[in-house]
Design a protein around this ligand. Structure first.
Ligand code: SF4
Length: 227
């Protein structure tokens, strides 16, 4: 089969999206939060940590610290203890405090709604900003690219790029903007439930007919797509 044209890729992606929508109609951010500040804190904590662990930690954290001022004024050692089990706790506590001090100084304690303002906060890169904008504010500025999304985008032949920044740009060009946030959820849910890093369940996969399984080493192929 010849190289897939951009048009053919768009048609295939449409089918993938329809199947993911059917499979995960309830897909959503799996971090527990109420409001933008809690989501911002939870997303900072989720680096190199499972959502499940973050949710355990934030159950108490969010009861103790209720505003940006609370985080800004907390003794750093106390904050470190509170987030310790999420890993990299010194760095995360330092970033959360510095981030909240900027929220207090520059934004009256509120979480800003633009990519530019968010990425100026400590510990906040494009990924975290996309999570907050898409889920807390319903603003689609970009596509979240975490390890699941990077892996699936490559296996699905949607990108050959390796860095999150370049993968995001290619996905933004392919996926309709109104679906950017949902698309991230679909791929994360599929990555967690079906397309695991080591042993993807290709046989039981709901999108196998439209997946070229790039880089997946399994004897039997279920698709003839060649990229
Ligand atoms: S067919 Fe396999 S590689 Fe492709 S999305 Fe499904 S589980 Fe992942």
């Amino acid at each position: 089969m010849s190289r897939e044209s951009l048009q053919a890729k768009a048609v295939r992606l449409k089918k993938i999206i329809a199947a993911l929508d059917r499979t995960y109609p309830e897909a959503h951010c799996e971090l527990d939060y109420a409001g933008p500040l809690q989501l911002l804190i939870a997303t900072i904590l989720s680096a190199q940590c499972t959502d499940k662990r973050v949710n355990i930690v934030t159950t108490d954290l969010f009861k103790k610290y209720r505003s940006a001022v609370d985080y800004a004024n907390a003794p750093l050692a106390e904050l470190e203890q509170a987030v310790k089990s999420t890993g990299f706790f010194r760095n995360k506590a330092k970033n959360i405090q510095a981030c909240c001090r900027k929220l207090v100084e520059l934004h009256a304690g509120n979480v800003p709604r633009t990519m530019e303002e968010l990425t100026q906060l400590d510990g906040v890169g494009r990924k975290t900003a996309n999570v907050v904008l898409g889920n807390a504010f319903g603003i689609n500025v970009g596509v979240v690219v975490d390890t699941h999304i990077a892996r699936l985008s490559q296996r699905l032949g949607l990108t050959k790029q390796k860095t999150p920044e370049k993968i995001e740009l290619e996905l933004m060009a392919l996926v309709p903007q109104k679906q950017w946030t949902l698309f991230s959820h679909w791929l994360i849910w599929h990555g967690r439930r079906r397309c695991a890093a080591r042993r993807p369940d290709c046989e039981g996969c709901e999108i196998k007919q439209n997946c070229p399984r790039i880089g997946v080493k399994i004897a039997e192929k279920t698709s003839n797509i060649e990229l």
